[in-house]
Design a protein around this ligand. Structure first.
Ligand code: BGC
Length: 265
């Protein structure tokens, strides 16, 4: 537990399911107040149930579920406004929402490329901008956490738009970390490997695909949501105060060149 997180105010995008939902839950368990963003009907229930669960334990709402497309200016502004209207301030912004889809690059439709960049990269910029504006206006410390991926580092054939977006998230995060470090604003990435969430549920439903992915992970297991949400709590807390501009890779060793495991080469 991180006592300094109690009563801190966060926005978590894409929190209706998967990593975002897990991070929002972990924050709420710390006593944080959270804007739980969801995008579609599919993720609405996860966000609303999470908010209801935590609001039942407190007299004042601790969580608010807010529908918004965080890849648009209006959506990002709506989430910021929800933090102000419901909780009166903002301390931590987690840009988590993301999408991925598989195409050979010579057949990748422009609309899919554009949409992937819009959600995974432009959304991170727009959320960060809302948070930065607030921290600057208030002259207060701030904390931005962006969800990248091991694919900010590992090329991933047939996922070119995804890798381009995640590489972009990494350098964008480093850039704002440098730009605002002297104003006590931190920005870091979490870079997960293969974690079981709805983004890859279809793929991992196939035992052969699952086995194949697992064989690429030295720790020999697919990650769980709490492997990531624990790191998010630490990154949000003052315990990580001296860390900025970094990517915390959490991948069971996937980025350690597993094919060299037995000393071949
Ligand atoms: C993707 C997963 C994939 C993992 C490892 C993540 O960024 O979202 O679908 O299994 O990278 O390749």
């Amino acid at each position: 537990m991180y006592p300094d997180l109690n009563n801190k105010i966060a926005v978590v995008t894409g929190a209706g399911s998967g990593l975002g939902e897990g991070i929002a839950r972990r924050f709420l368990e710390e006593g944080m107040k959270v804007v739980v963003n969801y995008h579609s009907d599919r993720s609405k229930l996860g966000a609303c149930d999470l908010a209801a669960e935590f609001n039942a334990n407190s007299d004042k709402p601790q969580a608010v579920a807010v529908q918004a497309d965080c890849s648009t200016e209006e959506g990002a502004a709506k989430l910021y406004q929800a933090a102000i209207d419901n909780f009166g301030d903002l301390d931590v912004w987690v840009n988590n929402a993301g999408i991925e889809s598989r195409y050979e690059t010579h057949e990748l439709p422009l609309e899919v490329w554009d949409k992937t960049i819009q959600v995974n990269l432009t959304g991170v910029f727009l959320g960060s901008r809302e948070a930065l504006k607030h921290f600057i206006k208030k002259g207060k410390p701030g904390n931005i956490i962006n969800m990248s991926s091991v694919h900010e580092k590992i090329p991933w054939p047939t996922f070119a738009a995804y890798t381009a977006s995640k590489g972009g998230v990494k350098l964008f995060t480093q850039t704002i970390a440098l730009e605002y470090a002297s104003r006590n604003i931190r920005a870091n990435c979490i870079a997960p490997g293969a974690i079981e969430t709805p983004i890859n549920a279809e793929k991992f439903a196939d035992p052969a695909a699952r086995e194949q992915t697992q064989s690429m992970i030295p720790a020999d297991r697919i990650g769980k949501v709490n492997d990531i949400s624990e790191a998010a709590a630490w990154l949000a807390s003052d315990q990580s105060n001296y860390m900025t501009g970094q990517s915390l890779i959490i991948d069971g060793g996937m980025t350690l060149y597993p094919s060299f495991e037995r000393g071949d080469g």
